[in-house]
Design a protein around this ligand. Structure first.
Ligand code: GEK
Length: 247
């Protein structure tokens, strides 16, 4: 997992707030991020671990591997551990300066031959070239829905044949009963990991209109429309899932 210099507890929404601002990946969030994501995203740890195995399978010699929305570099590190071929480069991108600054420190704690270029930029404006593995681990959900297709097409166009996109997202379900059930179970998961009802509800308000989930069929259809030849879910835990899309 991520070897962080610190593992601060997420208490951002523990006190009652008069105004709940839109969720933002600032220094306050970056400081508690490993704790926040592990206690909020069921299956996160399993996905990060499997990224190593998937990278081992898909990384092509001399290619570039991208981690788009890298946060503190958990997926970047897993990807680097999995590279079993020569001449690869990793590009890790995040638009939050606070994340990139802390990510740089985390990446320097492990030593592997593959170089990592860190870029503080909006992934919508980053060029993708000669890629064999691209990761969007819980990042696409923060891009406005109307811009997602363009981003996926750009990624597809910048990939080598046989390359893979690993797309992890929070999702919702068209079946109302199932949707409510899985959302409730997710809240139970958060309570079991120490979040109070107040924290769950204030965080939900902060993420409203910032994190916009879609259904699995919507993701599948758009990936195929963006040019990927095969795609499906390889991991799911409640209303969180990860897909593979192959060029
Ligand atoms: C992990 N992948 O630990 N351009 C660049 N970065 C962005 C953009 C954008 N347009 N929008 C959001 N981000 C990580 C976890 S977190 C998921 C990813 C979560 C960045 C944002 O700054 C944040 O660091 C990350 O995407 C989303 O495997 O918090 O649920």
């Amino acid at each position: 997992m991520l070897h962080c210099a610190t593992m601060n507890k997420d208490e951002i929404y523990s006190e009652s707030l008069a105004n709940i601002a839109n969720f933002n990946f600032d220094a306050q969030v970056a400081d508690v991020f490993p704790d926040m994501i592990e206690r909020s995203v069921p299956g996160y740890r399993a996905i990060i671990t499997m990224i190593e195995t998937l990278t081992e399978h898909y990384a092509q010699p001399g290619s570039t591997l991208y981690d788009l929305g890298c946060s503190l570099g958990a997926a970047t590190l897993s990807m680097r551990r999995g590279i079993a071929t020569d001449g690869c480069t990793i590009v890790a991108v995040d638009s939050s300066e606070a994340m990139i600054e802390r990510c740089r420190k985390n990446l320097s704690l492990e030593h592997y031959p593959t170089p990592i270029e860190m870029v503080c930029a909006d992934i919508r404006h980053v060029e993708i070239t000669d890629a064999s593995v691209v990761i969007l681990n819980f990042t696409l959900q923060f891009i406005p829905p109307t811009e997602r297709r363009q981003l996926l097409e750009k990624i597809h166009n910048g990939m080598r044949p046989g390359g893979v996109l690993i797309l992890s997202e929070k999702v919702f379900f068209a079946d109302k009963h199932l949707n409510t059930l899985l959302a409730d179970i997710h809240h139970d998961f958060k309570r079991a990991h120490g979040y109070s009802d107040l924290e769950v509800s204030q965080k939900r308000s902060a993420l409203e209109n910032v994190l916009v989930p879609e259904t699995i069929p919507d993701h599948r259809e758009r990936l195929l429309q963006s040019g990927f030849s095969s795609c499906d879910v390889w991991f799911q835990c409640f209303n969180f899932m990860s897909m593979l899309a192959i060029k």
